[in-house]
Design a protein around this ligand. Structure first.
Ligand SMILES: [Zn+2]
Length: 278
């Protein structure tokens, strides 16, 4: 299909590129577009950064039809983000994707902005989600002396926390009750090398808090019961030495049976102990 003569110059680059791509695809497979038009059954959901250097299909070598995609600044999974939740719900419950990956990248401008003291406007509210990651991992980050190394680690920690956020959503919690729930992965992309690294994020630690995130009465009750027993045990452990101390307290000096009443300690107005008799 020819490009209209009225097409402005800045769009010619896009349309010409499109025509070239169509030609290449048809050369490889004349039915390519007819097959794609039948519908999609992607195996993967990609949650990545909006950064123009990190296109999901490009860096994973996947083609159209293979990867459902959601991108935002700094690849965040925010529980009030209706856009992300809609993509996630559709991907998990309708498309039944097998793998969900959160993909961050070193040199992420969003992560660097969150770690800086500068103000950027409205986006600072979005970046606050990354500052929460800093708060959670401040000790580890402060121990890294090299600035670039610290930012690289923050990129990784951000991915790890977003995978955990993913696991907490009602959509994934419900999917985990079914057979073969989607597998969650956290990856980081190195722009300087083009290599993707799997961070092998474990969501096992969420099991301890499952009774909070899973909307299931049985789990909720059992989990709360475990927590209550733990708290009761802590209370008992705390009270035990105090009780022991009381038992070991020396008997009042006036243990003489001839004395009418035992001595009693009280505080005077200066806070000093003073002996008095009732
Ligand atoms: Zn980025």
């Amino acid at each position: 299909m020819d490009i209209p003569k009225t097409t402005p110059l800045h769009m010619k680059r896009i349309l010409e590129g499109n025509r070239r791509w169509v030609k290449d695809q048809l050369a490889k497979d004349p039915q390519y577009f007819e097959k794609l038009a039948l519908g999609q059954k992607p195996r993967y959901l990609f949650i990545g950064c909006s950064d123009s250097r990190v296109p999901g299909s490009g860096i994973t070598g996947t083609g159209p039809g293979e990867m459902f995609t959601h991108r935002n600044i700094a690849n965040l999974v925010v529980h009030t983000d209706m856009n992300l939740l809609s993509v996630l719900q559709y991907a998990v419950e309708v498309l039944e994707v097998e793998v969900i990956m959160v993909v961050g990248h070193y040199g992420c401008g969003g992560v660097a902005a969150a770690a800086s003291n500068n103000q950027y406007g409205l986006i600072d509210n979005w970046l606050t989600n990354i500052r929460d990651v800093i708060r959670l991992h401040e000790t580890e980050l402060l121990r890294i002396k090299d600035d670039e190394e610290r930012l690289r680690r923050l990129v990784e920690l951000n991915v790890i926390e977003q995978v955990r956020n993913l696991a907490k959503t009602t959509i994934i919690q419900n999917a985990r009750k079914r057979q073969n729930p989607p597998k969650l992965h956290g990856l980081v992309y190195d722009i300087r090398e083009g290599i993707l690294k799997d961070l092998e994020v474990s969501t096992e630690d969420l099991n301890e808090f499952q009774h909070i995130y899973q909307r299931d009465k049985a789990v909720l009750t059992a989990g709360t019961q475990v927590l209550l027993e733990k708290l009761q045990q802590e209370d008992n452990d705390y009270q035990a030495p105090a009780a022991q101390q009381q038992e070991e307290q020396p008997q009042p000096l006036a243990a003489d049976a001839s004395q009418e009443e035992p001595a009693e300690l009280a505080l005077n107005s200066n806070g000093k102990q003073t002996g008095r008799r009732a």
